[in-house]
Write a protein that binds this ligand. Structure first.
Ligand code: ATP
Ligand code: MG
Length: 365
């Protein structure tokens, strides 16, 4: 299950959801695209479907027993749509039990891939669907306001995830300080959030991703990686007017190529492939009596950063530190490019040994 969110309205979440779903369906996966913009549903229009016979409203009102019964076919082979219910006010705000039931049933849908198009904002309903997904995709545009919103969205998701994980109200404890959020472990931190920078040039996308990844890492303890950049393309308007995805209406357009590339990279296993990693080091360490794995990767010129992560045996990420090549750490020490990962790795190992980095390890009595 992939969720496409990002907080700010109009940045292209629906556009990205439709095209990632379409690309994966055309690549042979059985895909269900869910219009989870509860209250602002419009994917049927983007896909040129006549008003669907069934939608999420039927599921909430128990007119159908399963989400599969509420799905409709589309013109794209392998792609079904679970349309939103734009008309019923109740569906815009399903109560807690309904939301939990929806999440449970989403996991049972007959498909290889379920893609959730989330609405704008960071309401609990949006955040809980974002957190329930296996891949979390955050869409932004390169403008500072969009970035601010993307960070605010990730912060809200971190708070929500920590609250649900620990069962306590973090908001009261951290007293407004986001710094405190970077410490605690939560399911959101176990996998990178994939960033799509929409309506941007590739270089712009990379610098936006670096800036957001650095902030998210420092203040939220989150690992954010660039899934890809989609250019601003006039073909998009034509596709929307025709009610057909770009891959059918303008398959050779630059935006279609960008989206195809992003879909392909997301379909790869979540871990980065060795070819994308310029250099990697793995080491097992014992910290506070617990065996952990320190892994450092130089992400190469494309991402321009080195990342160290500490994993538990079960794969949970206990710590993550991303350092851009431009950081004073590398500059002051005049580290040569081939030594960046080694220096970074050694610095994190030292900080773990001296207690400067504290891992959220629950000590047993
Ligand atoms: N790369 C692009 N090039 C040109 N136009 C684009 C691009 N991406 C999105 N758009 C246009 O921007 C508008 C907003 O996109 P979209 O509806 O996908 O945003 P959204 O984030 O889902 O908005 P909302 O928060 O209201 O659901 C649409 O008209 C879409 O066609
Ligand atoms: Mg939308």
């Amino acid at each position: 299950m992939w969720a496409v969110g990002g907080g700010k309205g109009g940045v292209g979440k629906s556009f990205v959801s439709v095209h990632l779903s379409t690309a994966c369906a055309l690549a042979g996966r059985r895909v269900v695209l869910v219009d989870a913009d509860l209250g602002g549903a419009n994917l049927d229009t983007l896909l040129g479907c006549p008003r669907p016979a069934h939608d999420l409203g039927d599921f909430f009102a128990k007119r159908v027993a399963t989400l599969d019964e509420a799905c409709v076919t589309t013109d794209v082979p392998n792609l079904r749509l679970l349309a939103g219910d734009g008309d019923t006010l109740g569906a815009a705000n399903p109560h807690h039990a309904q939301k939990l039931k929806l999440i449970r049933h989403l996991r049972r849908v007959e498909a290889d891939l379920v893609v959730l198009d989330l609405g704008a904002g960071a309401t609990f309903n949006v955040l809980d669907l974002f957190l329930a997904a296996d891949e979390r995709i955050c869409v932004t545009q390169p403008e500072p306001t969009a970035l601010q919103n993307a960070f605010a969205f990730l912060k809200a998701a971190t708070l929500r995830s920590l609250e649900k994980h620990t069962g306590t109200k973090i908001r009261q404890r951290v007293d407004g300080s986001v710094r405190a959020l970077s410490g605690g472990a939560s399911p959101l931190k176990e996998k990178p959030v994939r960033l799509v920078v929409n309506r941007a040039r590739p270089a712009e996308g990379r610098s936006v991703a670096n800036a957001l990844a650095d902030l998210a890492n420092r203040f939220l303890g989150l690992h954010v990686v660039l899934a890809g950049t989609v250019g601003d393309d006039l073909a998009v308007r034509g596709a929307v007017r025709q009610g057909r995805p770009l891959f059918l209406s303008h398959p050779a357009s630059p935006a279609a190529a960008d989206l195809r590339r992003i879909a392909t990279s997301l379909l790869e296993p979540c871990r980065r492939t060795p070819s994308q990693v310029a250099m990697g080091i793995n080491e097992s360490l014992v910290v506070d009596g617990l065996t952990v794995h320190l892994q450092t990767e130089d992400l190469g010129e494309g991402q321009g950063a080195v990342v160290s992560q500490v994993f538990r045996n079960d794969g949970a990420v206990l710590y993550s530190r991303r350092t851009p090549y431009s950081d004073a750490f590398f500059v002051k020490l005049s580290v040569s490019p081939q030594d960046r990962a080694r220096y970074h790795h050694a610095a994190i190992r030292r900080a773990l040994a001296t207690g400067r980095i504290q891992l959220p390890i629950r000590r047993t009595a």
